[in-house]
Design a protein around this ligand. Sequence first.
Ligand code: PLP
Ligand code: COI
Length: 343
Amino acid sequence: MSVNIDWNNLGFDYMQLPYRYVAHWKDGAWDEGKLSTDPNLTMNEGSPILHYGQGAFEGMKAYRTKSGKIQLFRPDQNAHRLHNSADKLLMPPFPEDRFIDAVKQVVAANHEYVPPYGTGATLYLRPILIGVGPNIGVAPAKEYIFDVFAMPVGPYFKGGMVPTKFIVADQFDRAAHYGTGQSKVGGNYAASLQAGKFAHEHGYGDAIYLDPIEHKYIEEVGSANFFGISKDGKTLKTPKSPSILPSITKYSILALAHDRFGMTTEETKIAITDLDQFGEAGACGTAAVITPIASITYEDHEHVFYSETKVGPYTQKLYDELTGIQFGDVPAPEGWVVDVPFN
Ligand code: PLP
Ligand code: COI
């Protein structure tokens, strides 16, 4: 490795890398796209992304294996979710095969920045799709930019795989049931800033949202989905809601829990007053990976799960299986990992 980075102490911060991929859509078609060394995007002041939030993004990672290879985890799922987000905001989708190719190009061009195996760090990729061009009325853009940039990252929550406290932000909603909650669009995150600030100022890792209709059922964390494991370790449940992000990590955990550990899995409503059914709980996502939930504070009561300091055995087992697959130590289900050639 010729780049000088303290891989073991990376946070989740922006770092400008040499290459990103940029493509433009105009007059009904995407151009051929290419790698660029310019980290700045130029756009008209009337661009719909700037005023009306017409834009979507993805979050995914490239992993260095023990043998030095680089692999992606389920990039087809990110390509597909961005397509769905594009449909929701009336944007032209970026073709899913080209999405995967663009991501591979960015990883290969920046391969020296994919952290070494064993550091726990990864190369985080941020594909974005935004509406640009002169415009002022509320209407879909006539031009679009698709960009994929990347940076090496460490854990999203402090310490990574350590129990983290969360608080229910009952005075805030993240998204409405028939709104954009299922799409990975900027507005959902703008709407989460106040709740995130509230949680951080009170010493919590992040906020947990309740359903926007009754304020009774867990939705998700501002940056990750929620799962709970029964005390006997036999059942894993995740919230079912039309306004949460369909987490690729969550669906991977559901599949591994069921197919590899013989657990019963269920997507169902989970009442915030029914946390006692769980022995362990976690937040899951690309950035969060699996972050054990130490406790959830709701209406001045702190509900502690397995332990405030120790990771529960079932959470640990799922974490080891998931990250084992991602870093190439554990055989992956068919199609889950994709090699990135580089030289
Ligand atoms: N929920 C929210 C709000 C997120 O931002 C993320 C991150 O992408 C997730 C859940 C987890 O989704 P995934 O596992 O696909 O990264
Ligand atoms: C991700 O996990 O990739 C996300 O996009 C979450 C984000 C809030 C950092």
